[in-house]
Design a protein around this ligand. Structure first.
Ligand code: FES
Length: 255
């Protein structure tokens, strides 16, 4: 365990815990954008900056990326310097992707006013945080990556072609903080990243819950991830319901 101080509060955490988690444990509130609880962190957005006092030095660090590996760190999450850094980062995000509801919400929460005179520089909502890429990689499908550099950097399947290893699971779209990734469902098919996937519907509630490719991917992967033939017939919600209480179809649909 390591002990540190967060805004004057002493807290002990396991060695290697990120400053962000230690600060939250101490009751601090730090805004984030690219961080996702279930994914490796990348420190792409710099919204979560805090002031770190360490061995006689003071500097700003991205709290989601800095591990607590020593005793006596001192963290301040709400100093003038921290607020100025966050303000600056959020202003940049607003300037570039100001049409994003997520960024506007973040700006409102941090009391950063959009500059109404200037239109967003990009129409796209992507902020290059890489969450979609990390989710796809964590799933083992690795269908996405970054292409190009600087201003032109973008998320794409390899060579900008239809994503060969994509299974249409929508994990990328679900973790995207800005809603940039779009897909379409029509006539029993889902279209995303340039490919069509056949949807599998739940035998109980009738809702589509997976693609055929997704179930096949799970079957071919680690045996503990695969669903039994019985489980493959029902969506996760109905599976849970069938395992415990029984509900009417109307109640299932209402939940
Ligand atoms: S949330 Fe920490 S860098 Fe984005």
């Amino acid at each position: 365990m390591k002990t540190l101080s967060v805004d004057g509060k002493t807290v002990s955490v396991e060695s290697g815990t990120m400053l962000y988690d230690a600060a939250v444990l101490a009751g601090a509130s730090i805004p984030t954008l690219c961080r996702h609880e279930g994914l490796p962190h990348e420190g792409a957005c710099r919204v979560c900056m805090v002031e770190l006092h360490r061995r006689g030095t003071v500097r700003l660090v991205a709290s989601c990326m800095f591990p607590v590996n020593e005793e006596g760190l001192e963290v301040r999450t709400d100093t003038e310097r921290v607020r100025a850094a966050r303000n600056f980062v959020i202003r940049l995000l607003l300037r570039r992707n100001g049409d994003s509801a997520a960024i506007r919400r973040l700006a409102a929460e941090e009391n950063v006013l959009p500059d109404g005179r200037l239109p967003a520089l990009e129409k796209e909502l992507c902020i290059r945080c890489g969450r979609c890429i990390r989710a796809c990689s964590a799933n083992g499908t690795d269908a996405l990556g970054f292409a190009l550099r600087g201003w032109d950097r973008k998320t794409t399947p390899p060579f900008g072609e239809a994503a060969a290893t994509c299974v249409g699971c929508l994990a990328c779209a679900e973790v995207c903080p800005t809603g940039h990734i779009s897909w379409e469902e029509k006539d029993g098919h889902r279209r995303i990243w340039g490919r069509d996937f056949a949807l599998v519907c739940c035998e109980h509630c009738g809702e589509p819950f997976a693609t055929e490719e997704q179930l096949a991917f799970l079957r071919a992967g680690h045996p503990s991830d695969a669903l039994s033939p019985e489980e493959e017939r029902f969506c996760p919600r109905c599976r849970r319901i069938r395992a415990g209480q029984s509900f009417t179809l109307e109640e299932v649909k209402d939940r």
